[in-house]
Structures are given as structure tokens and as C-alpha cells.
Design a protein around this ligand. Structure first.
Ligand SMILES: Cc1cc2nc3c(=O)[nH]c(=O)nc-3n(C[C@H](O)[C@H](O)[C@H](O)COP(=O)(O)OP(=O)(O)OC[C@H]3O[C@@H](n4cnc5c(N)ncnc54)[C@H](O)[C@@H]3O)c2cc1C
Length: 417
């Protein structure tokens, strides 16, 4: 099929509603369904948010990619099998934005800690400031009177997903029109988006507010919203006209990436978490035992996000031939020790957990495991190993390296952007 025939087929497809089922097979179905649109169609249509009943302009693959039920590399392979790199470059670059944010946060971990602290501080302000609390509750309940914002709020809570443009508009209105603390908005997203991700979410909110690219903000404009929602929303006179960039005192030092840890010889227990539900893709076979660990529903977290995470881990266990239940517990150390002792194993291997709650949990339990003579090894994906080192400054630096990264990963020569 020629590129123009592909574009025609993609444009004439019926509206698509996407159901987020936490299985690899459902992710593959969506990946294959969207493959035809990763070329010219995506490049020309991706900014249009046509609502939850029509996701045809974007892939809506983020819930599966976030939990690595399908991987960025698979999505790129599928895309490059259909289109030339230049035809699909816009989609390829967007996929690499995720790796950019992951790599950047990995090398600036204090940004995550400062965000978490910012959430706690802002929550405390809610207790002492009734007016702020009322504005915040009005915003998260979709009662601001700004029709588009209230609509996205409901859409997020109901579906667990928002189009990228809606996320940008939402964050901008939250910060610059409603003047609410950005950390509370990011926390609301992180708790409700099924793809909620420590790096993409925190850094995108910081980007909108002017903290990621210092002083550069994103302003939601009424004409832009009207155009890219196909006229669904009019916000005349309701939105802030200017932005005052957010400011922070904190300095976030660069922390070099750790070299890939050596891997254990001999028997090991494979630990599956929601961070990477496809360990069989890159961790050597031969685990003598497998354990899947989730966490109980957190305060504020949506049921559907929690169910997706637990389901994704369960799906991984099924595929690995270990269809036992996912252990949903806060006490991972006890669960790991029990599983390791039952299997008579001293080594535990898990996919590398990037900066975020799982990484914090794993760091905290190492000492307890050590008292039982058990060592935890984290194994990083080649895709991350080759992508993250280029995420030190702005995205442009990484973008230039995309052809090199793809050819290092074994994809045919890809010309530059
Ligand atoms: C305020 C705000 C918060 C966000 N929070 C998250 C989050 O918690 N988790 C998350 O995965 N993304 C987040 N994003 C990035 C982006 O909006 C989503 O990745 C994208 O909308 C997912 O939809 P899709 O799968 O249809 O994307 P597509 O446009 O089809 O892109 C394909 C894939 O590329 C990656 N991608 C595309 N655009 C971006 C981007 N701008 N940044 C990072 N990765 C990208 C995603 O993995 C996505 O699934 C956020 C963006 C903003 C502005």
C-alpha cells in the first residue's frame, strides 16, 4: 500500500473507542490496529482530541507502554516495518519522548523527591486554607465552570486517560487560570491516569509551568482549544491570557547513571512489578521461582489504575507460566524472603525500576534482604541503556541520536530527523 493509500485508509476508518485491558494481548491488538496510522496520519492528526469515543488520532498505547506490557522498542519495530523512518518520524519522536523523560529524571532524582515533598506541603496548605481547599475540590470534581476543564476532569476520572493536548490544556488552566499548586494537579493525574508515570507526568507538569525549560511556559488558548477539539469547546474570556513562570529555589544536581549491575550466576528468583511486565523479553531465562508483587490501593488512587497495575502483573505471571496470585502487600521484604526461602534461592532478579515509588520501595528493602543473605539485582533494558544517556539536557539532544540508538538496537539504518 502506498503512503497516500495508507493515509486514506486511516482517515476513513470509523471512530475508535479504546478499552484498556491489562493484558499484553490487548496491547498488541491496539498496536496492530494503530500501525496504519503511525505515518502521515499521525503527523497531521495527532493534535486533535476528538474525545473518549474517538481515539483514532493517537495510539492510546500509553497504559500498556507504561507498564511495559508492550515496549517502546516493539512499537518502533512495528512502525518501521510499515513506514520509512522519515514518514513515521513524528510518531517515532513522540515514542522517544518517554525515554527522554525517564532518562532525565534518572539523572535528576531530586526532582522526584522535591515533587513528593511539594505534594505534602500543598496538602497541608489545604487543611489550613479553606478557600484554597474549596477551589481545589471544585477543580478535581469538575465544577470550575470552565466547560472544557470540567469535561476533561470527568473524562480522566471515568476513563483513566486523556489526550496529550487535553493534558497540556488542563495543566495550563490548573496552574495559570485556577492558580492552584501544580503539585496537586500532578498528583491528581498520577492517581488517575492509567499510564500515570513518575517521569512523564512530573516533568510534563514542570514543563507546562516553566520549571523544566526554565522560564518557558505553556499557555492554553481558546482558539487552539476550539480548533483541536473540532469546535467542541468555547472558553471565551475564561482563560488566563498570560503566564508567570513557576519558580523554585531547589537546585537539582546531575547524578550520573549507574552502570548496568552485574547479574548473578546460578539460580535466581524473578520478581515482577508493575514497572515492567515483560521481563521475559530481556532477562535471561532459567528462574527457579517467580513472584509478582503489587501494592494495596493508595489513598486517592483510582480503582481502575490500581486494577490495571495488579492485572498487568498477573498477566506477566500467566505468560511466564507461573499463574499464582499477585501478592498485593506493602511488605515486599517479607514476601520476597518467603518466596526466596521456599525456592532455596539467595539471588533475586528484577527489571530495573526507574525513579519512582517502586524504586523507593526496592531501595528500602535491600538491607532487610541482606540480613537473610539475599541480594537483589536490577536488570536494565538495552533500550533504556542506549537512550537514557542522551537525556541530559533538552529533547533536541536525544532527538539527534535517534538514528544511532535505533541502529545500535539492531534496526536497519535510519536517517536523521
Ligand atoms: C501534563 C501532562 C502529564 C502527562 N502525564 C503522563 C503520564 O503520567 N504518563 C505518560 O505516559 N505520559 C504522560 N504525558 C505524556 C503524553 O501526554 C502521553 O504519553 C500521551 O498522551 C499518551 O497517549 P498515546 O499513547 O495516545 O500517545 P501517542 O501520541 O500515540 O504516542 C505514542 C507513545 O509515545 C509516548 N509519548 C507520546 N507523547 C509523549 C510525551 N509528550 N511525553 C512522554 N511520552 C510520550 C507514550 O508512551 C505514548 O504511548 C503527560 C503529558 C502532559 C502534558
Amino acid at each position: 500500500m502506498s503512503a497516500s493509500e495508507d493515509l486514506f485508509a486511516a482517515m476513513s476508518a470509523p471512530p475508535e473507542k479504546v478499552a484498556f485491558e491489562p493484558t499484553r494481548s490487548a496491547g498488541i491488538v491496539r498496536m496492530e490496529q494503530f500501525a496504519i496510522r503511525t505515518g502521515a496520519h499521525y503527523a497531521s492528526k495527532r493534535n486533535y482530541d476528538l474525545g473518549a469515543n474517538n481515539r483514532s488520532t493517537v495510539s492510546a498505547l500509553s497504559p500498556w507502554i507504561r507498564h511495559r506490557l508492550i515496549t517502546e522498542e516493539e512499537v518502533l519495530t512495528q512502525t518501521l516495518a510499515r513506514y520509512s523512518p522519515s514518514t513515521a518520524m513524528k510518531f517515532i519522536q513522540e515514542v522517544f519522548w518517554r525515554g527522554y523523560f525517564k532518562g532525565w529524571l534518572e539523572q535528576h532524582p531530586s526532582v522526584w523527591n522535591s515533587y513528593k515533598q511539594g505534594v505534602r506541603t500543598a496538602q497541608n496548605r489545604l487543611h489550613s486554607n479553606a478557600e484554597l481547599n474549596a477551589d481545589y475540590i471544585g477543580a478535581i470534581e469538575g465544577r470550575t465552570g470552565i466547560a472544557c476543564f470540567d469535561h476533561w476532569c470527568r473524562e480522566l476520572v471515568e476513563t483513566g486517560y486523556l489526550h496529550n493536548h487535553a493534558r497540556m490544556w488542563f495543566a495550563s488552566i490548573w496552574i495559570f487560570t485556577l492558580r492552584l499548586p501544580w503539585e496537586l494537579g500532578a498528583d491528581f493525574f498520577l492517581n488517575h491516569l492509567i499510564d500515570g508515570d513518575s517521569a512523564s507526568n512530573t516533568l510534563s507538569w514542570r514543563w507546562v509551568g516553566g520549571l523544566h525549560t526554565k522560564g518557558k511556559t505553556y499557555l492554553a488558548r481558546q482558539d487552539n482549544i476550539a480548533k483541536y477539539t473540532d469546535g467542541a469547546f468555547k472558553t471565551i474570556g475564561q482563560l488566563a491570557k498570560t503566564t508567570l513562570p513557576l519558580f523554585e529555589d531547589d537546585i537539582h544536581p546531575v547524578v550520573p547513571l549507574e552502570p548496568m549491575a552485574r547479574q548473578p550466576h546460578g539460580d535466581h528468583l524473578l520478581l515482577v512489578t508493575a514497572e515492567d511486565c515483560r521481563p521475559d523479553d530481556f532477562i535471561p531465562e532459567g528462574a527457579s521461582g517467580i513472584i509478582g508483587l503489587g501494592v494495596p490501593l493508595k489513598h486517592g488512587q483510582s480503582n481502575q489504575q490500581h486494577a490495571f497495575k495488579t492485572g498487568a502483573i498477573g498477566d506477566a505471571l500467566d505468560r511466564l507460566g507461573a499463574p499464582s496470585n499477585v501478592a498485593v502487600t506493602d511488605d515486599w521484604a517479607t514476601a520476597i524472603i518467603a518466596a526466596a526461602q521456599a525456592a532455596g534461592i539467595k539471588h533475586v532478579v528484577t527489571p530495573f525500576a526507574p525513579v519512582g515509588d517502586v524504586a523507593t520501595k526496592l531501595a528500602a528493602l535491600q538491607a532487610t534482604l541482606a540480613t537473610e543473605g539475599i541480594t537483589l539485582y536490577q536488570h536494565r533494558r538495552p533500550y533504556d541503556t542506549h537512550t537514557w544517556p542522551h537525556a541530559t539536557k533538552g529533547f533536541f539532544k536525544l532527538k539527534k541520536m535517534i538514528p544511532t540508538i535505533l541502529s545500535t538496537l539492531g534496526h536497519a539504518h535510519v536517517e536523521g530527523p
